[in-house]
Ligand binder design. Structure first.
Ligand code: GLA
Ligand code: ZN
Length: 662
């Protein structure tokens, strides 16, 4: 499927023609196999309507091809040129405050606008006709980071009309919509779909049910926008893949649905982030979680389409990556399932907003420290990465991810700091600290391979999903439910006439009588004789059939259940009525580790990550020191060192790779 291992994002249009050969030869000498090209070059490819200039890109492909470098082409639809916008300014998106976002940056496009769709159809058809069968073109990326810069989505008249159509398709009648949204409240009833609007700025708070449907609609629109282009490309470019550069936990649309339409997914991985103030702080768990999440989208290895290659920054810059750190970050992606790494970007450019988002080569074009470090990394890793293609971590524990739950929690977080990804990270960090492999799975998948399934903040309870939970546990699985689960219908209306967690009560074996939002304070949980901090929320509950494992340490409900375990079928359901602090999460995960028979990849000091990838006959073990100090490691027996130096201590930002026959 993929015939590349290493690459760079390359912008030949930023450089004189006379430099291209030098770049191609340097790429070849570095060991790169592929470049991604053209995803922001519409104006250069179509300087006026219907007048295409593909010659420069033909030539770039030829120059690169001569050096053995293949290409992934991006459709440049995340930055329509000024002449398109001038011909119809209604293409520019409108935010929820009614403000137009104008030309001059990128993503200045509305994805439902029909004039824009016509321009896309014309351009992408010609582009794919011309390049689709080019021997150097191996695949495609449609648009760029779909969902990026769409914080507020588009509320233009075209999107409003599409929203109404979408609602009509979902509800059929205005009465059904009124029921689903609870429009008796504040006299929000509609006589007809024509009266419905998107959630633009209101005088007061809005309607959580409308907000949730709006998120669902916008997510569908992004997928449709992608498919619109994919349908043009596929027949014109046989045998080539389509992938997309995703942004980890970005929640603008359903990545799991997009993944079904792609040959493989790709991730954009910037551990230094956008001007992150302290990149030396250990964010290895957060980085690892995003990689595990992206791998989970297709439950197969992925590519990295943009991997940090130097200092990041736009107006403000981040820290300089320390010696060893770029190679370590690149290896972390491999350790979590990347089969290919493409660095962003080949060379720091002299123009535009991203002058200081540095590349493998600095502005001077003269190789420096980062280039040498990553060149050595390519030499070291290339044979290994070739062997490792397709290898995956073992299935043991999974976090169940649902965009509907994410959106519901975002619309009404209850506590100002409670967030879906923040909450799931409290579990992920503990599993990561124990070096237990974590998958992310999704509601429509088969969960049976997992001994432990964690379903964080399961706000919206769908009867079919409740049944799926039951079957999973009956068959022997261990399910963890958390506070704020089973509280709402999928419409985002509260569940009534039942104690909480409503349809999950028999599974959890508890009933939630009341709750306490921990604004500006913490509470504790008494767990195995110690008091551990817990945050943001406490469910006040009594047991029905569950055993009490932890109790609240403070407040008027001190001594009542906080964490419970209910034997159910051949499995068990844990209910955690709070967001656990890291120490408590670690203690609880260790109890679950024992109960479920989870196995750790190894033990090491804090800040050292250990992962394993396996395939038919071989396994590989990665040890990564994310700290700027030496760290001790204890490698399980039977592994042979492939890269790095043996010994009890790993140097700052050092790594080792081991292998063994299964
Ligand atoms: C994203 C985009 C790239 C570039 C980088 C750096 O990941 O996909 O085009 O803008 O960020 O800002
Ligand atoms: Zn719009």
């Amino acid at each position: 499927m993929k015939d590349f291992l290493f690459g760079a994002d390359y912008y030949p249009e930023h450089w004189p023609r006379s430099r291209w050969e030098t770049d191609a030869v340097m790429m070849r000498d570095m060991g790169l196999d592929v470049v991604r090209l053209a995803e922001f070059s519409w104006f250069k490819l179509e300087p006026e309507e219907g007048k295409f200039d593909f010659a420069w890109l033909d030539e770039a492909l030829e120059v690169l091809g001569r050096a053995g470098i293949k290409a992934i082409l991006g459709t440049p639809t995340a930055a329509p040129p000024a002449w398109i916008i001038a011909s119809d300014p209604s293409i520019e998106p409108v935010d929820s405050q009614g403000r137009v976002h104008h030309f001059g940056g990128r993503h200045h496009d509305c994805q439902s606008n029909q004039t824009y769709r016509k321009h896309i159809a014309r351009f992408v058809t010609a582009f794919a006709d011309h390049f689709g069968k080019n021997e150097h073109v191996i695949g495609w990326q449609i648009d760029n980071e779909l969902g990026n810069s769409h914080d507020d989505f588009c509320h233009c008249p075209s999107c409003q009309a599409r929203f109404r159509e979408w609602l009509k398709g979902k509800y059929g009648t205005a009465e059904a919509l009124n029921r689903a949204w609870g429009t008796e409240f504040w006299s929000q009833g509609y006589q007809d779909f024509s009266q419905v609007t998107s959630p633009m700025i209101t005088a007061t708070g809005g309607n959580p049910s409308r907000d949730l449907d709006w998120r669902r609609f916008c997510a569908d629109l992004v997928l449709e926008f992608h498919e619109f282009q994919a349908k043009i490309i596929r027949p014109r470019s046989p045998g080539r893949f389509i992938t997309h550069n995703l942004m980890g936990f970005c929640d603008k649309f359903r990545y799991d649905e997009l993944a079904k339409m792609l040959e493989f997914v790709s991730q954009d991985q910037y551990p230094g982030g956008h001007f992150r103030p302290n990149p030396s702080a250990d964010r290895s768990a957060e980085m690892a979680a995003e990689l595990d999440f992206v791998r989970g989208l297709k439950d197969q290895p992925f590519s990295v389409m943009e991997q940090q290659s130097s200092i990041t920054g736009w107006e403000i810059l981040g820290r300089a990556p320390k010696p060893g750190q770029l190679a370590l970050w690149s290896l972390q992606t491999v350790a979590h399932g990347a089969d290919a790494v493409i660095w962003f970007r080949w060379r720091s450019c002299a123009m535009g907003m991203e002058q200081y988002w540095h590349g493998l080569l600095p502005h001077s074009g003269i190789p420096g420290r980062n280039f040498e470090e990553l060149s050595a990394f390519v030499r070291q890793l290339k044979p290994l990465l070739r062997d490792m293609q397709g290898a995956m971590p073992e299935k043991q524990a999974a976090i169940l991810f649902s965009y509907d739950q994410e959106w519901a929690a975002r619309i009404q977080p209850h506590h100002p700091d409670l967030s879906y990804t923040g909450h799931l990270m409290s579990y992920y960090r503990a599993l990561h600290a124990r070096n237990i492999p974590v998958d992310f799975t999704f509601p429509d998948r088969d969960w049976s391979a997992y001994k432990l399934l964690i379903a964080p903040l399961w706000f919206l309870a769908d009867p079919g999903e409740n049944e799926k939970f039951r079957n999973y546990v009956k068959a022997g699985g261990t399910l963890v439910l958390t506070c704020r689960s089973g509280i709402k219908h999928p419409s985002n209306l509260c569940i009534t006439d039942l104690p909480l967690p409503a349809g999950l009560t028999d599974l959890a074996g508890i009933e939630v009588d009341e709750y306490d939002c921990l604004r500006d304070c913490e509470n504790t949980v008494l767990w195995e004789g110690h008091a551990y901090p817990c945050l943001k929320w406490c469910d006040i509950m009594h047991t029905v059939s569950a055993e009490v494992r932890g109790t609240w340490g403070g407040e008027f409900y001190a001594g009542t259940p906080a964490i419970t375990r209910n034997a159910y079928g051949s499995g068990a359901v844990w209910y955690v009525g709070t967001e656990m602090g890291d120490d408590l999460a670690l203690a609880v995960i260790q109890a679950l580790e024992k109960e479920c028979g989870l196995s750790s990849a190894g033990t090491a000091d804090k800040g050292v990550e250990i992962t394993v990838r396996r395939k038919e006959k071989s396994s590989w073990l990665f040890v990564l020191n994310h700290t700027d100090e030496s760290r001790s490691v204890d490698i399980p027996k039977g592994w042979h060192l492939l890269q790095g130096t043996e010994g009890p201590v790993l140097p700052p930002f050092g790594f080792r790779i081991y292998s063994k026959e299964k």
